[in-house]
Write a protein that binds this ligand. Sequence first.
Ligand SMILES: Cc1cc2nc3c(=O)[nH]c(=O)nc-3n(C[C@H](O)[C@H](O)[C@H](O)COP(=O)(O)OP(=O)(O)OC[C@H]3O[C@@H](n4cnc5c(N)ncnc54)[C@H](O)[C@@H]3O)c2cc1C
Length: 142
Amino acid sequence: MPYPGGVWAAACAHAGHTCNPVPVAVDLGRCTNCNWMVNGCRFGAKRSMLLNYLPAAEACATDIRALHEVQAIAPASTAGYRYAISYLVLDPDDYRVPTGAGTIEAKLVILAAGAMGTPVILQRSAACRTRSAGTSRPTATA
Ligand SMILES: Cc1cc2nc3c(=O)[nH]c(=O)nc-3n(C[C@H](O)[C@H](O)[C@H](O)COP(=O)(O)OP(=O)(O)OC[C@H]3O[C@@H](n4cnc5c(N)ncnc54)[C@H](O)[C@@H]3O)c2cc1C
């Protein structure tokens, strides 16, 4: 939300908040407050994930695995773990080509693949469950 957001900025201030750009997301030294940031910044002031959240995550010992495409989430087979996440490793030059595969078991999963990716994973997961249960789609009974 840019500074010139008049009414919204006033409403936030009235409630004791601010709608100023978050410093980690915007390079305030380069930002001109031009109010045209929705489709990218022509002054290069928007910081990418490579500069903001990912380094912070790595500093907290997060293991970031690029080119790993989640396929499905299923129940874990190891005691103490709840989910088994299967993935493909993709070719960096052609994402259609898998170069490896694997499974990670986890106690907690946060699924955040975006509005386009999350439903695909959930639907694939449901299809896997149906297949492993040896049944076709559930059918309604009268
Ligand atoms: C053109 C445009 C401009 C925008 N401008 C702004 C703006 O100026 N300010 C603002 O606040 N918001 C803006 N938004 C909205 C903002 O980008 C989204 O709300 C936000 O990025 C959503 O974050 P997310 O983490 O939920 O999902 P995303 O940012 O979509 O991240 C999902 C990630 O999951 C990955 N993924 C998908 N499927 C899989 C899979 N199977 N396995 C592994 N990884 C997978 C994707 O590669 C992606 O990296 C804009 C959106 C668009 C489209």
